[in-house]
Design a protein around this ligand. Structure first.
Ligand SMILES: C[C@H](O)[C@H](O)[C@H]1CNC2=NC(N)=NC(=O)C2=N1
Length: 96
């Protein structure tokens, strides 16, 4: 079976512990925009997230311009948010 979507209660509880992250307009993802000192720092961050993503087999949707990285986390297999997105957001919060 595919990984289950979070219930609305689980989602709200998780978001409460992830300051800076917001629910997407469609309600299917959590999003954040991060700013770094320069491109080198932004890309170094992305490399660390990429290693996590590869290991966890869970991948961010993201967009980078110079020192900014916009990230959207959702679970395609669940059609919305799952605990994998929360785990990845926690990992990201831990390295910024
Ligand atoms: C086959 C592979 O395990 C799946 O496609 C994984 C890969 N990475 C993924 N990443 C994300 N964000 N959501 C998924 O459902 C997902 N599924």
């Amino acid at each position: 079976m595919a990984i289950p979507r979070l219930t609305d209660t689980e989602r709200d509880e998780a978001l409460g512990k992830l300051p800076g992250w917001a629910l997407s307009e469609d309600g299917l993802a959590i999003e954040i925009e991060l700013e770094f000192g320069d491109f080198n720092a932004a890309f170094g961050f992305m490399a660390r997230v990429a290693l996590y993503a590869d290991k966890a087999d869970h991948h961010p949707e993201w967009f980078n311009v110079y020192n900014k990285v916009r990230i959207r986390l959702t679970t395609h297999d669940a059609g919305g948010l799952s605990r994998r997105d929360v785990a990845m957001a926690q990992f990201i919060d831990g390295i910024v």
